[in-house]
Write a protein that binds this ligand. Structure first.
Ligand code: ZN
Ligand code: ZN
Length: 277
């Protein structure tokens, strides 16, 4: 048991269209790992394209059912762990108004804004990468991210910046921070100016066979710090209990190497800094 791990502020349960995990099992795994706090961040991804292996509208969120379950378990385990009520909102230019209304209507502690799609295609599928050159796809992805965080303004942290780098065709080494630094810096500059943070996402560190970097990559985390960025949260993006807080020890070292001494938690959308141990 490691008491020193920071809270996990990015995890999913069966309330998300791509997870079967019972909420209670995610909580028990968190307690077992000695976490003092977690935040559930279920998916809401409106206007999702129709995909071969997913049902239509796979990432709609039944917030009332989610809240009911959250209330029950956060109370049941309140003496062992603090549990926050969050959401991960998928950004697209055709649902900005709906996303803004959704966040406004509900009493979330924490909101992640994520760019999962580009031009109605999902980077998980190979046709995404066949549509253009990898270089053009990255350029368009960062452009779309900046455009979307300018219009979808009601969020706390940007989810897994450079997310699509998880899915580049095998062996492709087009992507680096340096190559897209102008666009990435513009995203970071906007986040800092608007007091928004970064979700430091350790999900792919569990894929040991692929030797991948976290999202965003350490160079971006470092650049955010250099530019004056302060707000960071740790996220495993766990969809199963065994992945809760995955590689948070490695992430902590990366984050400290990038110059950070604090991480943040949120309550009713208000950030609080804590010392990184
Ligand atoms: Zn995501
Ligand atoms: Zn997620």
């Amino acid at each position: 048991m490691n008491k020193l791990l920071p809270p996990d502020y990015h995890m999913h349960t069966h309330n998300s269209g791509d997870s079967q995990a019972p909420m209670e099992e995610m909580i028990l795994s968190s307690i077992k790992q000695g976490l003092s706090e977690i935040c559930f961040t279920e998916h809401l991804d409106l206007n999702y394209p129709l995909l071969p292996d997913l049902p239509p509208d796979p990432f709609m969120l039944d917030v009332d059912a989610y809240y009911k379950e959250y209330s029950y378990y956060s109370d049941k385990y309140k003496n062992q762990i603090t549990i926050k009520f969050g959401v991960e909102v998928g950004m697209q230019d055709d649902c900005v108004k709906e996303n803004l209304e959704f966040v406004k209507e509900h009493d979330f502690d924490f909101v992640i804004a994520s760019q999962h799609l580009l031009e109605k295609r999902d980077p998980f599928y190979s046709d995404f990468w066949e549509a253009d050159t990898v270089d053009n796809i990255f350029k368009k992805y960062f452009d779309a991210t900046l455009e979307n965080i300018r219009s979808f303004t009601d969020f706390d942290v940007l989810g897994h910046l450079d997310y699509i780098s998880r899915y580049v065709p095998e062996g492709d080494d087009t992507y680096s921070y340096k190559r897209y630094s102008e666009q990435i810096d513009a995203i970071l500059e906007h986040l800092i100016r608007k007091d928004k943070g970064l979700d430091l996402n350790s999900k792919v560190l569990a894929y040991t066979d692929l030797n991948l970097l976290p999202n965003p990559c350490p160079e971006i985390i470092k650049r955010y710090k250099e530019m004056g960025g302060k707000i960071i949260t740790f996220g495993s993006d766990a969809h199963t209990p065994d992945r809760v807080a995955t590689h948070f020890d490695v992430m902590t070292d990366i984050v400290k190497d990038c110059g950070f001494t604090e991480y943040y938690t949120f309550k009713k959308r208000i950030p609080t800094a804590h010392k990184l141990l």
